[in-house]
Design a protein around this ligand. Structure first.
Ligand code: MEV
Length: 337
């Protein structure tokens, strides 16, 4: 009996959330909070040993199971990623399941194929959105959408309806980021819908979305120049633009304000409405303290982490790794158990 194990990272957004849905650029970094799944074919659908009647799991899993012929599988899952927090927990789940299901069918790891299947699962589950989260989780490291890039940095291209996203890799200078979680869970779909309605009904809102695109392009120039003052200022400005679009909240604003005295810049990350903010800083301990003092949960995150990894084994034997590239993990989670 073959068993496949996959591990996929979460992410945060340096710049570009919401506007990326309309084909504007984005800059994201994968982080060291991961989702892990171990899968094998079974006589019934199970999650962590519990029978899941009617594949009554998540719509992402349902979509991916159907894509792979609907054979019952038993899944063991574990996650470091707080859900509904803007860190791409459902994208990491989709990426890990897509990779593990492909591996169960005997396919070698193909991160482009995983990114595409996982994006379709996200689209099925939460409607109109971009492939930013799923592509970052599949690729790892630093991922740009719709940005100028060197030919060798192009990872893949994803199209949906009238929109196309070119996904490329970017390098970062050494930087430290601190996340602050408000603890308020907010689903992505309704926030994406809110911005869509505002943008469609109001040319001022459409202009804000375009401006987020310009700020994000400026952000890549600042990153390439290693200009953290400029990058931080752009992040803080982006937070104001996102607030005008109505996707911030008092708790996020309070954590951003608390972090700013010790940071180059700070902003909400992900879809907003709650969830996390992120600060670029060279004083992570002070930022973490300020976030804590204002009721948030801080995480000093590590970037430069591998994208999805997968391994297979005959149950009871040593694992064979398929996911090692220059971003490959040396060990995956199940080896550590
Ligand atoms: C969610 O992490 C990011 C959004 O831009 C939605 C998307 O890109 O699908 C708000």
């Amino acid at each position: 009996m073959i068993e496949a194990t996959a591990s996929a990272p979460s992410k945060f957004v340096i710049l570009g959330e919401h506007a990326v849905v309309y084909g504007e650029p984005s800059l994201t970094l994968a982080i060291d909070l991961r989702f892990r799944v171990r899968l094998r074919y079974s006589d019934a659908f199970r999650v962590n040993g519990q029978t899941a009647s009617n594949r009554n799991t998540s719509p992402h899993m349902r979509y991916l199971y159907d894509l792979h012929g609907g054979k019952p599988v038993s899944a063991y899952v574990e996650s470091d990623i707080p859900s509904g927090s803007g860190l791409g927990s459902s994208a990491a789940l989709s990426v890990a399941f897509a990779a593990a299901l492909q591996a169960l069918e005997g396919q070698p790891l193909d991160r482009a194929a995983v990114a595409k299947d996982a994006y379709e699962a996200e689209y099925y589950a939460q409607g109109r959105g971009s492939p930013m989260d799923t592509s970052t989780s599949a690729a790892g490291g630093g991922v740009a959408l719709n940005m100028p890039h060197r030919k060798e940095d192009l990872l893949w291209t994803i199209s949906k309806e009238d929109r196309t996203w070119e996904v490329s890799r970017f390098d970062t200078p050494p930087m430290t980021f601190v996340l602050g979680n408000t603890g308020i869970r907010a689903a992505t779909g309704p926030l994406v819908d809110k911005v869509r309605r505002y943008r469609e009904s109001n040319s001022f809102a459409a202009g804000i979305v375009d401006e987020i695109g310009d700020v994000t392009r400026d952000g890549l120039r600042a990153l390439r120049a290693g200009d953290l003052d400029e990058l931080g200022a752009l992040m803080t400005y982006d937070h104001k633009l996102l607030s005008i679009l109505g996707v911030s909240c008092p708790e996020l604003n309070s954590l951003v304000d608390a972090a700013l005295p010790y940071s180059y810049g700070a902003k909400l990350t992900g879809s907003g409405g709650g969830g996390c903010m992120v600060a670029l800083t060279d004083r992570p301990q002070q930022v973490a303290k300020a976030i804590l003092a204002h009721g948030g949960t801080p995480y000093i995150v590590h970037t430069g982490v591998p994208g999805v990894t997968v391994s297979t084994r005959e149950a009871g034997q040593k694992q064979r790794h398929r996911g090692r590239g220059h971003h490959g993990e040396k060990k995956n989670a199940d080896n550590r158990r």
